[in-house]
Design a binder for this molecule. Structure first.
Ligand SMILES: [Zn+2]
Length: 362
């Protein structure tokens, strides 16, 4: 059972809280920085992000000689303010933070790591693959290659010219939010680490992000799962140039892998800690099966990815949402193609998908 033994809300706006209790949630909620303290002294910090996700969960764990932080957030002024306020409130000196551990390379988790390393002098740990991807996506030099490759891939799948330009600008806008890059050490599947009385085993999962790390304390039955399993929202599955050739397959396989662990509380990368890992994993699996069925229906007549994407997710998407929606649509169509349910016609641009046979659950 999740027990939140303390809640303090900082930096309040619009009278959203009093006596320590949130009484009203408004659209501006993302601007509110809050922390909650759970059992074993685990602190969950809501680090604001300027996206519909509203916040990313950063965590503080007690270590014998100081503190460990999991996922510091995106490099923005409001993230820095949020951490500053929480450290002050909990009387943590930045120099007491000796480890920063990253579940994965996405900007909303990784972006502030370099700044925080400079501020605290701490070591930063992540998977070797995750580090390579962060460098490739978000460093000025190789990031341009990736931006280019992604825009070319989307163009081949029907993204209109004006949206390609906006996409390019959008991707470039992330560089300052993910700078400076940290110096990292690698942490891989099977490695164990300690934070005070908590003893973690590292598990690697893919599909949402390649070699995304999950940490489990089997004795206390608690798990930090990053974005691989989220409550209430479905983690994005992205098909990206030169990365996992079948990310949805990897995602579903590793969903089963995580669901095989006996845990009582899961600390996710977004939204609130939750208890029912197996049930949530099953919901996510069903969600993707429904999505596969709908997509196969949408390619009864030949259609390109952009058309399928609009039919699936609607026309009113921001460029940020469109990037995820295009990659998610591709991940599903690629999954169907690799199993012989659909064919991709590459004889002209944009490429078009067409149904070959009915989808059957594997
Ligand atoms: Zn993520």
């Amino acid at each position: 059972m999740v027990t939140c033994v303390d809640i303090r809300v900082l930096n309040l706006r619009c009278g959203e809280a009093y006596n320590g209790h949130i009484v009203k949630q408004r659209k501006e909620y993302a601007k509110v920085s809050a922390y909650h303290i759970y059992e074993h002294g685990i602190v969950r910090v809501k680090v604001p992000v300027p996206f519909p996700l509203r916040w990313v969960n950063g965590y503080i764990l007690h270590d014998d000689e100081g503190y460990v932080i999991i996922d510091p957030g995106l490099h923005t002024e409001s993230s820095i303010q949020a951490w500053g306020m929480v450290w002050e409130e909990l009387q943590i000196a930045p120099q007491q933070i000796n480890k920063i551990i990253l579940t994965h390379h996405h900007p909303d988790h990784y972006g502030l790591a370099g700044w925080m390393q400079q501020r605290t002098g701490s070591e930063v740990y992540m998977s070797r693959t995750g580090h390579g991807l962060a460098q490739r996506m978000w460093s000025l030099h190789s990031g341009e290659w990736m931006t280019d490759a992604l825009c070319r891939m989307f163009a081949a799948h029907g993204l209109p010219q004006d949206k390609q330009e906006k996409m390019r600008e959008h991707l470039r806008s992330f560089y300052p939010l993910v700078s400076p890059h940290p110096e990292v050490r690698y942490l891989e599947e099977g490695e164990e680490w300690q934070a005070g009385s908590l003893h973690f085993q590292t598990i690697s999962v893919s599909g949402h992000a390649d070699q995304h790390l999950v940490f489990i304390d089997q004795e206390r039955k608690l798990m930090f799962c990053g974005d691989h399993v989220l409550p209430r929202i479905t983690p994005n599955i992205s098909y990206l140039p030169d990365e996992d050739a079948d990310p949805l397959h990897a995602y579903l396989t590793d969903l089963d892998k995580l669901a095989s662990y006996d845990v009582q509380i899961v600390f996710p990368g977004h939204r609130d800690p939750f208890t029912n890992l197996q049930a949530r994993a099953e919901e996510l699996r069903r969600h993707h099966v429904k999505r596969l069925l709908k997509m196969i229906d949408l390619v009864q007549s030949p259609a390109n990815v952009y058309d399928v994407c609009l039919a699936m997710f609607g026309e009113g998407l921001s460029i940020h949402q469109l990037r995820f929606a295009m990659s998610e649509t591709l991940a599903h169509l690629v999954y169907l193609r690799r199993r012989g349910y659909v064919h991709m016609d590459e004889t002209g641009l944009p490429y078009r998908f067409i149904k070959i046979r009915d989808y059957r659950t594997e």
